[in-house]
Design a binder for this molecule. Sequence first.
Ligand code: SAH
Length: 341
Amino acid sequence: MENIYDYSLEELKAWFKSNGESAFRGKQVFDYLYKGIADIDQMKTINEEAKEKLRKNFKVALPKILEKRTSKDGTIKMLMLLEDHNIIETVIMKYHYGYSVCVSSQIGCKMGCTFCASTKGGMVRNLSSGEILSQVIASQLLVGERMSHVVLMGSGEPLDNFDQVMKFLELINAKEGLNLSHRNITISTCGLVDRIYELADRKLQITLAISLHETTDERRKLIMPIANKYSIHDILNSVKYYMDKTGRRVSFEYALVKGSNDTEDDARALAKLLHGMQVHVNLIPVNAIKEMLFLPSTNESVNRFRDVLLSHKIEATVRREMGSDIDAACGQLRRSYLENM
Ligand code: SAH
């Protein structure tokens, strides 16, 4: 059965029409769904016959919050249970400008980055557009406020689930739905170059973030298997194309690992790579994960790294560590949950 949240308003209206109901019923159901009423029994204005058709044809449910942890800094990390009993992670972060929610795009991940907990159990399946969207709706219901930003930085490689992620971007942007501007959405990728070109051609106004983490292919291959397929040179060319097509600046993520990629020489090498490009670098002290023996860089090295970039006119900020007291980093809560089952 299809997930009803995969349907746009137009598609839902069309479905009702072709099933002997008025298009207006579609609009009513749509409004219920976006108010978070994902229970057919509670859709009071829908007649019994139409309800029965819905029950027969759709999965109508928001993911259930299985576990919720709140950090001292206000970050809320949730484990969400899907209809098929798979579990995903969603994280809500509170900033001065509002709430930002970090959603998963796949169950697990197959990219195999050595430092990332999400990939340790491999990939189970793609999430559908509606499953990505309903993480945002469930988050809004939980805190009782609108999510002003959405980042696709939870489990999964969004560009490996391209079609569903594109549909999600359409759904979340719809006026009658959440009406969230693409400018408030970030897609993070480990660098699927062919898909970056494809995305560029769509000319969307989203923010693209590239997980770079190293400055040479040789070293990048040691931590990110995708580097065997696409070189840093390929990535940079695709980013230039992306910026050209969309007029958007691109971000680079660089996770700093103590004694590994955090020296001043590394910073200079990064500055050289990005020279002349209008980009932003997000420096993230790596989050230690149980499966791997590595440590985050010290504050001192992080700041030094940032200063080298700034002195080369590369815009760089250090990402505030959020929710580290609650295993909020990158797939860790799901991992520990699955291990203890
Ligand atoms: N697959 C996508 C999006 C999910 S990961 C991507 O690779 O970009 C989101 C970000 O978290 C990526 O930059 C990823 O490299 C980073 N990340 C994963 N594990 C991490 C860890 N242990 N510490 C710091 N950053 C990590």
